[in-house]
Design a protein around this ligand. Sequence first.
Ligand code: DGY
Length: 288
Amino acid sequence: MKVLATRRYPGPAFEELKDVEIGALEPRADVEALIVANEPIDGGDFPALQLVANFGVGYDRLGVDDLARRGVAVANTPGVLDAATADLTWALILAARRRVVEGDRRVRGGEWTGSWADGFLAEELTGSTLGIVGLGRIGSAVARRAEGFDLQVLSTRRSGGTALDDLLRQSDIVTIHAPLTPETQGLLDARRLSLLHDGACLVNTARGEIVDEDALVAELVSGRLRAGLDVFAHEPHVPQELLSLPNVVLTPHLGSATRQTREAMTRIVVDNILAFERGDDLLTPVRT
Ligand code: DGY
């Protein structure tokens, strides 16, 4: 099977592909399978395409409906990145809530001149309320880690759970773990952000488009909220206003960025391609 990959994906499993080429998503009549990292695909550019193996659990940019219409199968990599993404979520919660990055800047900038007892206070984590928007695999991994911090946990779910507006009103920290779909696009709009209490902290390791980014920027510029953001609406663009703000911690979409997790993602990508070549069922099909 002729495979085109948008980059060399990490880990030894990639070497098991026999006929793989690394290159851009430019029109090719011979390509039968694509490996992409949620990059948009124009199915018309690849008339022989049979399979898209997405390196990642989120496939919101691929254009899966168009691919399905063309009879192209799609696979993703669920499961293996839950721990890494939950860990990064906690890194952002702790960094934003305890002002870790601000403190680091103070030390490096020579601003730490007085006693440790002279202020620069943060809000306590223990005993606060964590609101998880989307209690799927990653949200549940975040919830399990919350037990160690003695937090009260609220969550929204596909069915049941706390109503989103109530969760936003009651939480000290809100973390987003929903997939990007037409239903979740802009879910946290200006009205919903205004439900967060002063000093609350919003963490997003899911997708930037789930939050109205302009409204969030306005809230952060006003200093009313704190945030830890790993994802943005127009990556790799990050709104200029955020770059100088002390109340937001910014990371470049690092949720799954550990060596072990990325190698496990490549393993699943390759196993899906090998299964498809053998005529077996995909291990982790995306169903539209
Ligand atoms: C995914 O898998 O969708 C993530 O965004 C990659 O970290």
